[in-house]
Design a protein around this ligand. Sequence first.
Ligand code: ATP
Ligand code: MG
Length: 559
Amino acid sequence: MENVNVEKNESMQQKNFIEVEIDKDLESGRYKEVITRFPPEPNGYLHIGHAKSILLNYGLAVKYGGKFNFRFDDTNPSKENEEYVDSIIEDVKWLGAKFDEVKYASNYFDIMYEKAVLLIKKGLAFVCDLTADEIKSYRGDYNTPGIESPYRNRSVEENLKLFTEMKEGKYKDGEKVLRAKIDMASSNINMRDPVIYRIAHISHHNTGDKWCIYPMYDFAHPLEDAIEGITHSCCTLEFEDHRPLYDWVVNNTDFECPPRQIEFAKLYLTNVVTGKRYIRQLVEQGIVDGWDDPRLVTIAALRRRGYTKEAIKMFIDLAGVSKAQSSCEYDMLEYCIREDLKLKCKRMMAVLDPIKLIIENYDEGKTEEMTVPYNTENEALGSRKIKFGRELYIERDDFMINPPNKYYRMYIGNEVRLMGAYFVKATRYDLDANGNVTTVYATYDPDTRQDGRVIDRKVKGTIHYVEASSAVPITIKLYENIVDEEKGKLNADGTLNLNPNSLTIKKGFAESELETAKPYDRFQFVRNGYFSVDPKGFVEKNPVFNRIVSMKSSFKLTK
Ligand code: ATP
Ligand code: MG
């Protein structure tokens, strides 16, 4: 008996607060099933925050054997654009959220209009002639109750006539609005006779010129949910104060089983820019090369950079669902992609900032092949042969003229291991006119070929290399955070505080197999991180590698 209870408690604890609410609703019979939705406005690309909303809503539908709707909230004709519609559909599909069809809120304009007429007939809505400024000044504030509009007590007949005329285009933009008749003294300002329909002589991408009146968000959104039979309408915290209005709308418009709104905290991430407004700024000012620039955290950007949907899901799961606003560490997102790619990726040799290493006691013209597994932690990936010869490329910072303490890599006289190959010892070096090292000369010990066997002599440093005659030149893009959060995300004038080093382009060398890498192929470049082939502007046999993430991590999972 006791055991059963313990198990029950434990499974209860694993539920987030929304699931707890849903359980109550199902138990009480308020709802018989769970229908959720993701309702983006097509006014920009989706970002990592939206991924949370998508995965949360889709996840709930799956968990409760219910349904997930994907709907464009396209009731505001001035901001929408087809490019955004297409990108949003692609992103939702890529994240793995399944839906029957793409729905459009604008298809419900007729029903919304009927519901507005219904409110008028019930004496719950009126046509108001006050200007926008007057409405604002009549509204009062937190400490002062509002003043009722002089048009508030128009008869139902007059309201019906005027609203019909609004629809027929008799009035100019702003001349009249339809307002809900609720309570001008409400402590919740959203309830002080909010505007629910406005006149806007603008064509709509879906309905063309059929309408010159459009519903306001706070009226349209609850109706959209109710029309689709949504049960749980999950949205972010800024809508908490709008919930009484949401309830008022769905409860007064004759729906059999009205939906309920539940708010959760937005996902924020340090060192990046979320919020379409800021992302749009960066795109329009040409600071980034589009909404999918790998320095952004739009879903398109994460995908282009090489993020997997599995890593994004892991991140969203770790971030959790709560009512408390907080910000996640960018490091946590990086942790997730490293975890996901750790066993999936081949570990390849690539040198990002090359200098030559010439092994003077190795025969000229001779090459050898070393058998090296692709991933020592995942044998299933197999192995390949790596070339070795007299001339190699190594990383510039793997050799130092004046090494600091605890530097275990190459310096004159110090023996290091060339990964999977021989031990070598640097003897001398060449400099260019600027004093930079161009070539390091070394000798090797032929008895130390590693190639799968253990050598009992110990060296402290192991470095990687690419054999020069077979190396393929590659382009590498290294990224840093786009904003310098240490100094504050925004400057005093409201502009973004940009990190000038957010993109570095390098020309390096890699083992030959990488020449034929295809867009989105992912690899670990040993010691340098995880990389993925940039799909944008891809040229066959000339891949550009985006660094997804470096190998270094400061993030520790505490759970
Ligand atoms: P932004 O604030 O970035 O411009 P938005 O809220 O205007 O985004 P919508 O298209 O209105 O974007 O949002 C669609 C859904 O995604 C909404 O339900 C919204 O609450 C949710 N959402 C938006 N941003 C986040 C976020 N950072 N975390 C979680 N959910 C979010
Ligand atoms: Mg919005």
